[in-house]
Design a protein around this ligand. Structure first.
Ligand SMILES: [Zn+2]
Length: 1033
């Protein structure tokens, strides 16, 4: 490594040293109380070697040039792994692992302006879905140098007392908890989003009409939503624009109706675009420059919310909810060149079948769609006059059908723009017969249960049978619902459940090389008719195998049999597996090497060992069968191979890595609750989803569980409300003269009641032509989630270290672009616009996420499962898994609490994920999406311990406490209300672990302290310094 890099870093160090003088406020409003002995902390490393963050007593802590020179390359490199980040001798200025296209380089992950290779996306029936980018990635010929510094791992923290000798400021104890004591440089609450705040956090914007949740009558008030935008007729409402609220803000803003009426004519007269005007007038805050090296308290007190696109208010009000449909850039660049310059990824994140509290449903014999591109009529089309509407995706002018002239909401004629289809960005249609290839099939459920010795030993069978028994009557379906069971060990067992039998009949097929279905008609039966036999079977199954000594697993043959059984109808296959399949087709061998667990930089075997499970999934997909996998095992099961059965059939994967009925009761509880949700949640069968976008934009890579049937069509044998999707996009044609572009996702499915339905979501976003506008509209959470999906693909197609480098470079690239192309005044520091201020933190969180972390022990299956989740979870749940939430909970109050259904739910402030935020005399709750930890400090007030935990003292807290007692105290109710509320906000049940210093789980808890340094990973501050060094080059 040349020293030139460090010269610039020293320069940066000098720059940095200016920080404290301009910032008289403490960077760390930390209490010094708690240092976890085995966990090196940011503070520790700071005090030991690292450059010191500015603080009020910066005269003591201010870094000197000497301090910075400690980073010099002459120092021995840390023995620990350091991420390989950039190449010093690299000929190209683009880091080797970039997600973005360099002007002189062929596209890497980015598809540039070129259309995607068709072969990759227009898949034939058995072709591979475009899970891996086809463009080859050039990883750079030179060996990238290793980022070095001598900030040695701190090792064991200094003794507790040593901290007191450090002259740190003594801020008011725990002031970080109290929202009213924000440091003055903290982000004020209003700065959390770039544009005017959406109406309410985490709540679907209320549709203007209160529709029944199903195809019931409309109960809306006609005239309630007098929205002249987009759909107004100039001839009918010529003066309506004058009174629009959005119009008053800027006299320059053109009435949108006119824009939509005449998109090409008259555009030239519009000087700066509508969106740009909006940006200028409304969103200076999004672009406020933050110096990350100085501002530490960047987390908003509550949830991070999606930015609001800069659209006129009335369009904004009606736009698709960000919970359903989000774009990484809420302002779309006009050209691919501009997008390339921004170095931010462009893509959509969807949660298309999310449970919605309000969903307008329309029954219509004639669903109005564009004759050219088949877009569904939506709020963002324009009406040329009463009889003509212009498509907002391809601009074709279409006729308004006669029946559309009648408005069922107002029961009036001649107001097509007030139809629910044109008033709701999310709407569902009951489809007429032309949307069916065959009559809608009954809901069909098939359960495949591992009954080997290993499986029986875990005790899972009791839970499955019991939960299914309790929920048989609420399985989604109707009178036609079908159900069947297959069990397997070294052979495959079927159950004859035909009506008239006195008890279920077990049929064993021992020829696993060529499995046949003994009596096809009586193995998958009508649930209503065969209910008693099904109940008998569920009651007796756990006992039937209780004495089994059979250790083999013929999962593959069982799957082949299940496929044959479900093929006529399609449906859902639920597979419960507890070990590596050992015999018959699809048998697997252990691949996890014991050494690999320890500290490999690159992890092997992330790709499947066989294509058996993928092929099976594609066969299933062709027959409208989805395969859901429940993996319950403490041993290696090769999830990267098994997971393919769900991935390509649009199923889901659930993993309980240490499942045992007796040894791990909390996981049993979790499994039980998850299973109930799984069995009773909404389900759609025979589904396809198509994503369309305005001409000029194109979709090129999908992420999630599905099979790509054609360029924009995903085959989803099942769709469930907990599935998320992401797509990457590029700009093929310049979007000149366009004020806005639209994206439409249409999900066609058969409901469990046998209705063919179409759920349509339409998102409208402004087009901008300046880099600063693009940055101002960046959605940092959406960007993070899209990058996470891309990094999973990269880990499998290239390597884990490659993916990690690319993640880091994503942050470096966009920060560099911002610094060189947007900032007009160069200032010292690591500068970022407010809207992206959490980007480096989230990237660091991804690097420390179970999917991508290195240097620490991680079971291969757990890593692969984490990767599955990154690709499949909807954004809201994913963000919690990437960046957990930390709260102080021993001083909960009703101040600022939510009131939901007469329950008072405290809203503590979210804290930075750093040990320095912990205090021994308090209690903290950490929520990482799947697990909630309640950590009790050693000196936590006895009142909290008795009134919430119900034990007499800290020492009396049981080791494996997983439930809070229901005590009749205000503290108990508040704490339980808060935890219940957190749990209600996600579909699957997070377990609660109450831990103290001695608990085994403390290491897991501490692993989520993303901002702290670990033996193998940088602290947040060190990471920022690294970024700064790269950005300043
Ligand atoms: Zn069209």
């Amino acid at each position: 490594m040349s020293s030139s890099g460090f010269a610039s870093q020293n320069g940066a160090g000098g720059t940095y040293a200016n920080g404290p003088s301009s910032n008289p406020v403490a960077l760390y409003p930390s209490n010094q109380g708690y240092m976890a002995p085995p966990q090196p902390t940011y503070l520790n490393s700071t005090l030991a070697k690292a450059p010191t963050p500015p603080g009020p007593n910066s005269n003591r802590l201010q870094p000197s040039p000497v301090g910075m020179s400690q980073h010099s390359p002459q120092q021995p490199a840390s023995p620990n792994h350091r991420p390989v980040l950039t190449a010093a001798s690299q000929s190209s200025p683009t880091p080797p692992n970039s997600y973005y296209q360099h002007p002189q380089q062929p596209p890497s992950w980015h598809y540039g302006g070129a259309p995607p290779p068709a072969a990759n996306h227009v898949s034939s029936a058995l072709g591979p879905p475009p899970q891996q980018p086809s463009a080859t990635y050039s990883s750079g010929a030179s060996t990238p140098p290793v980022f070095q510094n001598n900030m040695q791992p701190v090792g064991p923290a200094p003794p507790y007392s040593s901290l007191s000798s450090v002259a740190m400021p003594a801020p008011p104890a725990l002031n970080f908890v109290a929202p009213q004591t924000h440091p003055p440089y903290g982000i004020p609450p209003t700065a959390m989003r770039g544009t005017p705040p959406p109406p309410a956090t985490g709540v679907q914007p209320p549709p203007p009409h209160a529709y029944h949740n199903d195809a019931g009558p409309y109960s809306s008030q006609p005239g309630q939503m007098n929205r002249p935008m987009g759909t107004a007729y100039p001839s009918l409402q010529p003066t309506a624009y004058q009174s629009m609220p959005g119009m008053q803000k800027s006299p320059h803003i053109q009435p949108t109706a006119q824009l939509y009426q005449q998109p090409s004519v008259g555009m030239a007269q519009l000087s700066p675009s509508l969106a740009a005007l909006n940006l200028q007038s409304e969103t200076p805050e999004a672009l406020r420059v933050v110096n990350l090296l100085q501002e530490r308290n960047l987390l908003p007190p509550g949830m991070v919310t999606a930015p609001t696109p800069c659209l006129p208010q009335d369009l904004q009000k009606i736009n698709c909810s960000p919970e359903v449909f989000r774009c990484t850039l809420t302002s779309i660049p006009q050209t691919q060149a501009l997008l390339n310059k921004a170095k931010l990824p462009l893509g959509l994140l969807l949660h298309p079948f999310k449970d919605l509290s309000q969903l307008p449903v329309v029954t219509s014999s004639n669903i109005v769609r564009c004759r050219s591109c088949r877009t569904y009529i939506n709020p963002f089309v324009s009406f040329m006059d009463q009889r003509k509407w212009k498509c907002n995706l391809c601009y074709r002018v279409n006729d308004v059908p006669e029946e559309f002239m009648y408005n069922p909401v107002s029961r009036s004629y001649g107001t097509p723009h007030k139809r629910p289809e044109v008033q709701n960005a999310t709407i569902e249609f009951i489809a007429p017969s032309e949307y069916m290839l065959r009559p809608p099939q009954p809901a069909a459920y098939l359960f495949l249960l591992d009954v080997s010795h290993n499986a029986v030993e875990t005790g899972y069978l009791d839970v499955v049978c019991q939960t299914l028994l309790e929920n048989l009557d609420v399985l989604p379906g109707d009178a036609r619902t079908k159900i069947g069971f297959i069990t397997f060990d070294s052979t495959v067992h079927f159950y004859n459940l035909q009506e008239g039998l006195s008890q279920p009949q077990m049929l064993i097929v021992s020829d696993i090389e060529d499995v046949f279905i003994p009596t096809p008609d009586s193995l998958s039966v009508n649930l209503k008719e065969g209910k008693e036999l099904v109940q008998d079977l569920l009651k007796s199954l756990p006992q039937m195998f209780s004495k089994t000594m059979e250790t083999q697993s013929a999962l593959g043959p069982a799957l082949q049999a299940a496929f044959k059984l479900l093929s006529p109808t399609g449906g859902r296959m639920s597979v419960f597996q507890t070990q590596l399949p050992t015999v018959g087709a699809g048998a697997l061998k252990p691949r996890e090497e014991s050494g690999q667990k320890a500290s490999a930089k690159d992890v092997l075997h992330l790709a499947p060992a066989t294509d058996f499970y993928k092929k099976l999934a594609l066969d299933c997909s062709g027959q409208h069968i989805a395969v859901d996998l429940f993996l319950l095992s403490a041993q290696y099961c090769d999830l990267s191979s098994l997971g393919c059965m769900s991935r390509y059939s649009a199923g889901s994967v659930h993993y309980y890595p240490s499942y045992h009925k007796l040894h791990n009761p909390s996981q049993t509880e979790c499994f039980q609750k998850d299973l109930k949700r799984y069995l009773t949640r909404k389900i759609g069968f025979e589904a396809v989803m198509r994503i369309r976008c305005t001409k000029g934009l194109s979709i090129h890579t999908f992420h999630g569980n599905f099979f790509v049937r054609s360029t924009d069509l995903l085959s989803l044998p099942n769709v469930n409300p907990d599935a998320g999707f992401a797509v990457q996009m590029s700009i093929d044609e310049n979007l000149l003269d366009m004020q806005a572009v639209s994206f439409q996702a249409a999900l066609l499915y058969t409901s469990s009641k046998g209705e063919r339905r179409i759920r349509v979501h339409t998102l409208c976003l402004p087009v901008v032509n300046s880099l600063s506008d693009i940055f101002a509209g960046a959605d940092v959470q959406a960007i993070t989630c899209l990058l996470a999906s891309m990094a999973v693909d990269r880990s499998v197609s290239a390597s884990l270290s490659d993916a990690r480098d690319a993640l880091t470079n994503a942050a470096i690239d966009s920060l560099t672009s911002y610094r060189t192309s947007v900032l007009t005044i160069q200032q010292p520091g690591l500068l970022i616009p407010v809207c992206l201020r959490l980007f480096p933190l989230y990237i660091l969180a991804l690097l420390k996420h179970k999917a991508f972390r290195t240097g620490t022990s991680a079971r291969l299956d757990e890593r692969v499962f984490a990767m599955c989740q990154l690709k499949y979870q909807p954004l809201a749940y994913l963000m919690l898994m990437i960046h957990p939430a930390l709260y102080r909970v021993d001083d909960l109050t009703d101040e600022g609490a939510l009131n939901i259904d007469e329950r008072t739910i405290p809203q503590p402030r979210t804290l930075q994920l750093s040990v320095e935020k912990l205090s021994r005399d308090a209690a903290f709750l950490m929520d990482n999406g799947t697990v909630i930890y309640l950590w009790i400090g050693r000196n936590c007030s006895p009142a909290f311990i008795t009134q919430v935990l119900g034990v007499q003292s800290y020492a009396a807290i049981p080791q494996n406490m997983t439930q809070l007692p229901e005590l009749d105290t205000a503290e108990s109710s508040r704490t339980r209300a808060f935890i219940d509320w957190l749990r209600e906000r996600r579909p699957f049940y997070p377990t609660l672990h109450i831990i103290r210093d001695e608990s085994q789980l403390k290491a897991d808890f501490m692993q989520n302290m993303i901002e702290d340094r670990t033996e193998s990973a940088l602290s947040y501050y060190e990471f920022l310094l690294h970024l700064q060094q790269q950005v300043s080059k």
